[in-house]
Design a protein around this ligand. Sequence first.
Ligand code: GAF
Length: 386
Amino acid sequence: MSEAVVVAERFEALYGAEPEGVWAAPGRVNLIGEHTDYNDGFVMPFALPHTTVAAVSRRTDGVLRLHSDDVEGGVVELTLDGLVPGADRSWTAYPSGVVWALREAGHTAVTGADIHLTSTVPTGAGLSSSAALEVVVALALNDLFGLGLKGWRLARLCQRAENVYVGAPTGIMDQTASACCESGHALFLDTRDLSQRQIPFDLAAEGMQLLVVDTQVKHSHSEGEYGKRRAGCEKGAALLGVDALRDVAYDELDAALDRIGDDEEVRRLVRHVVTEDQRVERVVSLLRSGETRAIGPVLVEGHASLRDDFRISCPELDLVVDTALASGALGARMTGGGFGGSAIVLVDATDADAVTKAIEEAFAAADFTAPRVFVAVPSAGARRVV
Ligand code: GAF
């Protein structure tokens, strides 16, 4: 039986009628371009095959009923009039935040819903489980209520739900990746104007693989360190008199750092963002000219910058990268918001098993929780399934 049928049957058992439809939205891996999205910069994520699936029906009585197979407890019932930013500290803040954001943006046609969710996106692993949850709910409500939202417009509202309703000051990358990615491609996104280019990214055809190594160290964006980095970047932009760090050209970086003076922390943050934007552009140009293997060292540079300048790595992520490189990987770096979560490792397909084994053994030797390793295949963005 297909997953969609199982989800629909579960919906019927919970709510007493078949759902009007079933939707899916993926998690993502970011290939390169970390902590650049709230600096108006460049990012390059691709969607994972792991999705959050939602069976949904409309309601007209101002009631929102939510259920998730992945969380203990039964159906949660809320009223649309009672949705208040910042009040809900549980998982339901994500889907109800989307309803709140849609209505706040004037989409008052959304008059309630019954929603059942299930997900294969690992949570707290830096693979955008929150964005997948937001986007699947937004897309379902968009389609059912005929809101006419698509792509980045949908993503923007999901970001608003996360920033204002949930209270996590994240950028636009994850929601846009979940909404807009295409199978077999990475998404080159300019977060200033949200213009996009789909870049073919088919590692299997070139005898390579990208491994995702989930360190099992949980992270949360609302815990403060993410916000501190963001505030530091904004301080850097203000000191330099630019709208966002995106406006500092790579070849003017040294002069910009001189102008910042002796605020070492801000200097480090600025250096990371400006060099990271340049790394995204290098990776795009290497992929476009068919030099895929050559992106490996750029990924490694990105990791060093996140570890030493942005200071958001952790011993487990560093161990993945160091071990992978020592055992023959072409490149590796942490991915996502940091402070735990996952790393990506670019390998020749023939080396994948040996590199995986080396990482597992290194984790065991360090007495770290065993990592989860899987091959990332660039997959489709959010869609209606049934
Ligand atoms: C998290 C955020 F949600 C993104 O917006 C982005 O800033 C990322 O961390 C770091 O690149 O996933």
